[in-house]
Design a protein around this ligand. Structure first.
Ligand code: NAD
Ligand code: TYD
Length: 354
């Protein structure tokens, strides 16, 4: 088969990456999708079981920091577009081990940029390096205002500092070497296959097992939640129709304080598990706050909606309900990812907070 595009997606075995790979493999049989993933604790090939036999899909285990491997891979698979999702992604882990974040998010991104530049140097037309980033690079908002594409970067955690640095390098490769790039900065995602170290899947798992629900500080921090498939639709639009060299903010217009979100989760899960109303709320436990905890994130996605006609498709309560249903129907997946190392991680993170 003669493919129209040969797209490398990095980090495709993770949460967002697996939804992205599935979407591209199914929607575009005329594209060949190469998924490069190191399979860290966060990467899981079970996330892709339903598409891994598709003729236009191929998985390669590898590290984006490995320049020799990349120098072989890009020509071998005739890669003409890259969607770069691979990253260390959890703020709490970045506080315990910042260097791992510098390695993958900064060094890994620059290694990939350099490999793309070398591979495409004879002809950069019709090539694309699309960098997936986060709203956390903009820092923390007070009660008012939104992050726009013009907001100055002000990262405050090792995670967001490493993502901000990678964003700067992507723009530097565009301005200095003419590498065709696009960037998007998205708010907090939720949905199926979300690793249960992040707030929503961690609480779903703990409610199922009737374990405490750890709320950092007073639970007043605000996040802007977006269903992962809506993020993927935005990436598809930006990939195909966004302007080269530009950045697009993606957000849900959907702000929740952590405590209100967890209460809503408790309410829905009591109903679904046929428990007495109020049962799960009793599990809420206030614990020591995250160091340097950003107060509020909120995205202004006007540019994306006005230029490309994107808007979120799901109301949050509906998206949360779909997400809970997925976790209840996929207890085997949840059991696999929470056995072994997860237990050590959980004990280490949460013992020191109690
Ligand atoms: P994730 O932690 O679930 O997945 C990351 C994936 O990258 C894993 O499969 C992992 O094995 C792989 N990986 C890590 N280091 C690697 C390396 N050195 N080489 C190759 N592969 C490696 O992350 P996610 O939540 O799916 O996030 C994906 C991207 O989206 C990240 O760049 C993140 O910064 C960004 N993002 C995430 C959110 C969110 O709410 N989760 C929001 C906005 C942006
Ligand atoms: P998280 O899902 O880690 O995403 P991020 O830090 O990237 O926004 O956390 C979402 C919010 O929930 C954040 O304000 C921290 C808070 N939180 C808790 O209160 N308890 C927890 O156990 C976790 C993991 C997060």
């Amino acid at each position: 088969m003669q493919y129209q595009k040969h797209i490398l997606i990095t980090g495709g075995a993770g949460f967002i990456g697996s939804h992205l790979v599935r979407h591209f493999v199914r929607t575009y049989p005329q594209y060949r999708i190469i998924n490069l993933d190191k399979l860290t604790y966060a990467g899981n090939l079970e996330n892709l079981k339903d598409i891994d036999k598709a003729p236009n899909y191929h998985f390669i285990k590898g590290d984006i920091c490995d320049d020799l491997m990349l120098a072989g891979l890009l020509p071998e698979y005739a890669i003409n577009a890259i969607i770069h999702c691979a990253a260390e992604s959890h703020v709490d882990r970045s506080i315990s081990d910042p260097l791992a974040f510098v390695k993958t998010n900064v060094l890994g991104t620059v290694t990939l940029l350099q490999a793309a530049r070398n591979h495409w140097k004879a002809d950069m037309s019709d090539k694309l390096f699309y960098h997936i980033s986060t709203d956390e690079v903009y820092g923390s908002l007070g009660a008012e205002g939104f992050f726009t594409e013009q907001t100055a970067y002000d990262p405050r955690s090792p995670y967001s500092a490493s993502k901000a640095s990678s964003d700067h390098f992507v723009r530097a490769y565009h301005h200095t070497y003419g590498l065709p790039v696009k960037l998007s900065n998205c708010s907090n995602n939720y949905g199926p296959y979300h690793f249960p170290e992040k707030l929503i899947p961690l609480c779903i798992n703990n409610i199922i097992h009737q374990k405490p629900l750890p709320i950092y500080g007073k639970g007043e921090n605000v996040r802007d939640w977006l269903f992962v498939e809506d993020h993927v639709r935005a990436i598809d639009l930006i990939f195909h129709k966004g302007k080269t060299g530009e950045t697009y903010n993606i957000g849900g217009w959907n702000e929740w304080t952590n405590i209100d979100l967890v209460r809503e989760l408790c309410r829905q899960m009591d109903q679904k598990l046929q428990r007495e109303p109020g049962t799960s709320e009793k599990l809420i436990t206030y614990v020591t706050d995250r160091a340097g905890h950003d107060l509020r994130y909120a995205i202004d996605a006007t540019k994306l909606s006005e230029e490309l006609g994107w808007k979120p498709s799901l109301q949050f309560e509906e998206g949360l309900s779909k997400t809970i249903d997925w976790y209840l129907a996929n207890s085997e997946w949840l059991q696999h990812v929470t056995s072994g190392d997860y237990q050590h991680y959980y004990e280490h993170q949460y013992q020191q907070r109690s």
